[in-house]
Design a protein around this ligand. Sequence first.
Ligand code: MG
Length: 313
Amino acid sequence: MCATCGCSGTTAVRLLPAGVPEEAGAGRQAGHPHGHADHEHPGHEHPEHHEHPEHAEHAEHPEHAEHAEHPEHPDHAEHPEHHIHQHDQQSQADERTVQLQQKVLAKNDRLAQLNRDWLRQRGVLAINLMSSPGAGKTTLLERTARELKGKMSFSVIEGDQAAMLDAERIRAAGCHVVQINTGVGCHLDAEMVAEGLRLLDPPSGSVVMIENVGNLVCPALFDLGEEARVVLASVAEGDDKPLKYPYMFRQADLVLVSKTDLLPYVNFDSKRHAADVRRTAPDALMLKVSATTGAGMSDWYAWLRRRTPVPQE
Ligand code: MG
């Protein structure tokens, strides 16, 4: 469950290997043949892997407390201080909700750390790529995959509420890709990514790009076990996002100002935007890119190369 908006849903995870027809890819997911790889995977090492996330929370659900002290009991209704009891009940429910949110995030943090440990041991760089919808995440990855082909080992986890559209685009660019559909969920979490990594089985010395669900709010809260966070801010969406969504920008290691080829046609104050990013995320590097024209892409590739681990023996 999302600690901010309460979203949750049935997650579907599908592997689309590069160069393999979709039916074959879907089959691999249904009957995973990598028996030995299973034991190495973070998902199988998670101590809570078989626990349903909502089981532990069930006992403390705020509504259970309300059932215990029925708000419509006649004694309560007639009591002169009934409104005070209602206020107390609401405060208790709020307190339990906060505790529940903390538990959800604490559990996600534990699973994220297991992902991070596994990625480091294997020598794989994972990057959490976040932005609002339509900022150009997939277009950036398509061009990156095509231009780094043969120079860098590269795979992708795609997060969207529904559809396989982005996974198809990435596969067409020559990459192994896993599509995670989150249903009503508005972000990826560490458990979903563990399943994606299990299916991708990325080799040592490679890069896994995790394209999060397009959303500037909730993805900022959920550690996935990534080594770096990259936030895209397209010039088409306006220059006010760092001020309006500070939590997202504050945790960025790199801010990519995207779609710069559109600058002549949109109202975007680059100086003001850069100053607001500096104030919000003083340690983040900023680069300007256009995945359409290729401008600035070499700086992005250099940033990636500096972080890519050396393959292990
Ligand atoms: Mg996309």
